[in-house]
Structure formats: C-alpha cells, structure tokens
Write a protein that binds this ligand. Structure first.
Ligand code: PMP
Length: 461
C-alpha cells in the first residue's frame, strides 16, 4: 500500500498500537480508515462502501445508524452523564436495564453485575465463581475449565480460559489453575468412524476424567460459548451440552455460559442457552447488548449464587469488586433502548425469515472444490476450505488461505473474517435484508473461485 504523508494512514502508523493486528506488517500496510456507516454498510476514507458481513466484531446487531440509540444517548448525556453504582448509589438506566435483562434471560438468573467489555464480564464471572465457593466454605474449589477453540477475551483470567494457543503464546498464559478440554466440534474433532453420539460420550468422559484427576474439590467452574465464535464458528454436537451439564452437576461445578456473541438473537432465540437446553449458573453478555453503540457488558447470576453472597456479606461486609463504569448511565440507556428495538421490531421474527437464506445460500457452496465444511445457525456461519475434501486435509498454514479469502471478499466490497484453520466467518448485522444476503453470498463464491484459481496457478493445489 502506498501511504501518503500526513494521511490518516500515515498518522495511524506513527501512533496507534492495534489490537489483533500483525504489528510488523501494519507499519508498511497501514489501516483501512472507516468514516461513516449506514444500514449494514460502512464507508472508508476513500469513499468505498462495504457490506459489513461481520457486524464489526460479531457485534453491531442493528447496523451502523440508529437514530433511536443516538437520541437515547443524548437524552441521558443531558440528564445525568455519569454516576456510579458503588456504595449503594444507583440510577434509573441501571435499574431498568437490569429488570429488562432478567425478564428475557433464561430461568434461574436473579441478579446482574455490569461492566464494560466481554472480557471483563468473563473475568467477573470467574471471580464470582471463586467468591461463591469461598462463601459456601469450599475455598479450595478454584480451578477453571475452558475448552480448546473457545474464546473468552483478553483480560488475564478470560485469556487463560480461552483455548487458543495464539492467545497464550508470548504472554506466559494460561495462569496456573486454568485447564482445557476438547471442543464440541464433531466435524473437526470427531475421530474417523466415530458417531456423533460416541463423540459426545467421549467428550463427557474426558471432562469427567479431568475432574477426577484434579479432584472435584479443586474445581470452581466450567466456561463455554454455546456456539463458538472466534475459534471457528462451531455449533455443538447433538446432545453435547446435556452430557456435559450432567457431569458438572454431579461434581458441583458451576457452569458459566459465555453468550457474548450468541446473546440477543444471533442464533435465532434471544439466548442460545434456550436452543441448546443450557442451565447457566452465570451467563455473560456484551456486544449486541448495546448493539455495540457503546461499551457495556454484564454477568447474570443465579439466585443460588446471590443467596450465598448475601449470607457471606452478613458476616464479612462489602463485596469488593466493581469497575468505575459499571452500568454507566449513558451506556445503560442505549442498551435499554437496544432491547426495546429488538422487541418492537420483532428482531427474532426477522431472523426467522432471513436466517434460512443465509444458511441455505452458504450451504450451497459445499459443492465448491475448495470448501470442506459450511456450518452455522441463525445469522452466524463459517465456510471452511480444505486442500482435500474426503480426508478434510487442511492447507499449509503458510499459504494463508483464510487471509486470501478475506482479501478477495474485501475486493468485492464485503467484509468477512478469515479465521485460523482457513475458515471464513460470516456474522452480519441482524437487520440484514434478503438482497444483502444474496450480495454477501455472491462475494463469497467469487472469492472462492478467485483463490482456487490462484492456488492452482501457483501449483499449490
Ligand atoms: N467472549 C466471546 C465469546 C467473544 O467473542 C468475545 C469478543 N470477541 C469476548 C468474550 C470478549 O469480549 P470483549 O472483546 O468485549 O472483551
């Protein structure tokens, strides 16, 4: 890329450290600078419009312009731009948002603890698990079990619970006491000749073996995304969560469900927990909670955990946890308005109409010679390429097939995300319309053709 002096790109290169970016390459390439948004599209500083097929970071559920959310923020900024909820202070937006969240949440969740990001919400859930076991007189229950391919964020505990080696390398993570079991992806991790039921039984046995090896008395919680996002968009194998929950219950291990991506309709129900029969002790939310217009996240916790915390508090006083911006009034007001929009526009009804167009349209790409798997549910999906279909042999990572696809799609003015394992993730705003879905799918097919031709021409395939 030719970076002009004093351009946005030049100034960016000179100043910003970018999250999840190849820092070395970024110094010569520079960024794409976005300037505005409309509907499901964003425009860059050169004037090019893109269909945002990832909803930003799996998050901008209502697209990139919503006057109601801007108005809600402005009204709150004028009324009370900031107040905290420490030390028994409160404000209307916090209370109303908590009421609304608990009203739509899966049964059994009784309180909400707010923070700013998905990572913080998961860190808070882990701390709550420790606090709970401490409160009930089992302080030795501290270990956290995550899963390979799982993603829970970047703060130290959330990153430790994450099951992706790249998130640990270079940081000396995971912390001690964070353990990982295999993923729920039958397509990826099922063994040759193994039935889906056998795969599920193997995963449950593996979890139980780990618990017995470590000692159930040392394990606090298990954390999982219902549908894994950044780790490759995996819908759980049939019966997986029923089998896992049975093991957790028997060993008195709390179940933390990370719905940071799945929450608020992404998979077709308000929470994916409903679809997969999950009974969370804690459930974390962020991203679509505020349609990504402002940062806010939360952990919802069960009545049982809350009761234990009250009993502990009676003896030991203050619950010493919380961030300055917990339930920030402007963020909370925008989140509340977001939840009203979901309800009033019947976002789930819209999802039921458009999700099959996306899922069926993408599944039609299974006949493409590069495509090994297409999977997904609701408005989240992945198209995974393979060098050889029958054996599911992956391409040499050095070929960067996922990145090539991401670029080929970008050249068609569609933003999708190339994931490790050469999958292309798709996660558009929930408000996407049928013609935009058709445009997205055509771009994926075009990109697959282009990359296939490129790999063939270079003799790699
Ligand atoms: N959990 C999941 C499932 C996520 O996808 C993410 C972010 N992609 C997080 C947690 C972390 O959220 P944040 O980036 O807001 O800290």
């Amino acid at each position: 890329m030719n970076v002009q002096a004093n351009s946005w790109a030049a100034r960016d290169i000179a100043t910003l450290l970018h999250p999840y970016t190849d820092l070395y390459k970024q110094q010569s390439d520079g960024p794409i600078v976005m300037t505005r948004g409309q509907g499901v599209r964003v425009q860059d500083s050169d004037g090019t419009w893109y269909l945002e097929g990832m909803a930003g970071l799996w998050s901008a559920s209502l697209g990139f312009d919503q006057p109601r959310l801007a108005d809600a923020a402005y009204r709150q900024l004028q009324a009370l731009p900031f107040y905290h909820i420490f030390n028994n202070r409160s404000h209307g937006p916090a209370i109303e948002l908590a009421e609304k969240l608990l009203a739509i949440a899966p049964p059994g969740l009784a309180r909400v603890l707010f923070s700013n990001s998905g990572s913080e919400a998961n860190d808070a859930a882990i701390k709550l698990a420790w606090y709970y076991h401490h409160a009930i007189g089992k302080p030795a229950k501290r270990k956290i079990i995550g899963r390979m391919r799982g993603y829970h964020g970047v703060t130290i505990a959330a990153a430790s619970a994450t099951g992706q080696p790249a998130n640990h390398a270079g940081f000396g993570l995971p912390l001690d006491g964070f353990l990982h079991v295999g993923s729920h992806s039958y397509w990826h991790d099922g063994e040759a000749g193994e039935s889906e039921a056998d795969f599920v039984a193997r995963r449950a046995a593996e979890l139980e073996a780990l618990i017995l090896r470590e000692g159930a008395g040392t394990i606090a919680a298990f954390i999982a995304e219902p549908v894994t996002g950044g780790g490759g968009v995996f819908v759980p194998a049939r019966g997986y969560f029923a089998a896992i929950q049975e093991v957790l219950r028997r060993h008195e291990i709390l179940f933390i469900v990370d719905e940071v991506i799945c929450g608020f309709g992404r998979t077709g129900t308000m929470f994916a927990s409903e679809q997969f029969g999950l009974q969370p002790d804690m459930l974390t939310v962020a991203k679509a909670l505020s349609a990504s217009f402002l940062p806010i996240s939360g952990v919802m916790l069960s009545g049982r955990i809350h009761d234990a915390m009250l009993a502990h508090g009676r003896e030991h006083g203050v619950f010493a946890h919380g961030v300055t911006y917990a339930a920030h009034p402007v963020c909370a007001a925008v989140a509340l308005e977001t939840l009203k929009i979901y309800e009033e526009t019947d976002i789930l009804g819209h999802m039921a109409q458009v999700s099959p167009l996306l899922q069926d349209g993408l599944r039609a790409l299974r006949d493409h010679p590069l495509v090994g798997d297409v999977r997904g549910i609701g408005l989240i999906a992945a198209v995974e390429t393979v060098a050889e279909k029958a054996s599911k042999t992956a391409f040499d990572p050095k070929l960067g097939v996922g990145a090539r696809l991401q670029n080929a799609v970008l050249n068609r003015q569609v933003i999708l995300r190339g994931l490790r394992g050469d999958a292309l993730a798709v996660c558009p705003p929930l408000i996407i319309q049928p013609p935009e879905i058709a445009e997205l799918i055509a771009a994926v097919r075009g990109a697959l053709d282009e990359v296939a031709a490129e790999l063939q021409a270079d003799g790699h395939w």
